[in-house]
Design a protein around this ligand. Sequence first.
Ligand SMILES: N[C@@H](CCC(=O)N[C@@H](CS)C(=O)NCC(=O)O)C(=O)O
Length: 223
Amino acid sequence: MWRLHQFPICPFSRKVRLLMGEKGIAYSLQSEFPWELRDEFLYMNPTGRTPVLVHEEKNITLCDSMAICEYLDETVDSAKMINGSAEYRAEIRRLVSWFDEQFYGDVTAPLLHERMRKRLVSRESPNAGVLREAMRLANGHLDYMDYLIDHRNWMAGAKMSLADLAAAAQLSVADYLGGIDWTGHAQTKAWYSMFKSRPSFRPLLSERMKAIAPPAHYDQVDF
Ligand SMILES: N[C@@H](CCC(=O)N[C@@H](CS)C(=O)NCC(=O)O)C(=O)O
């Protein structure tokens, strides 16, 4: 069976878990906190980053969420998430990269640094200016998501895809860390509310990161 090395609010691990959930792939979880720099983990992934997906019986170790998602989508036929025409697949990849790089860099990464790493690792208080700027950028990014949902059924177009999973993964971690103001984002809110009720998402929403509590609305489908 597959084993995923991750921690509960790693957005890239969440993307992989959503994909495995949608495809019905069984896996177990191994808690991995990158800042602990565990030797065995660094041996598996020299970048020291989560997620890492391991299948011991098959002697497979996969690193990097995009490489993992591409591998699983290519090898498991159910619920294809990089789907459709070559043009559609290019749009899916463009958006996955936008969520994984732009949204993560502007919003999720600063929130994780200020509200998780500083608390758990360096025992410092969060920087209010950095948090304000991440929330300001989140608001602009939610405007773009509202625009996409206004023009399409799903993030990339007519069908659900890895772009939706990448979006839900980043958004859910930012929301866990109190970085999302939903006011004025009815379209994204409706899309996210529907996503929250999917069986692939429920187990993620019920997990908690030690010593960091999410806001009350975090796991509610109607929020
Ligand atoms: N491009 C990588 C990014 C993975 C990544 O940045 N993971 C973060 C956790 S969310 C990490 O492990 N950072 C190292 C650290 O916190 O020390 C992927 O898609 O898997």
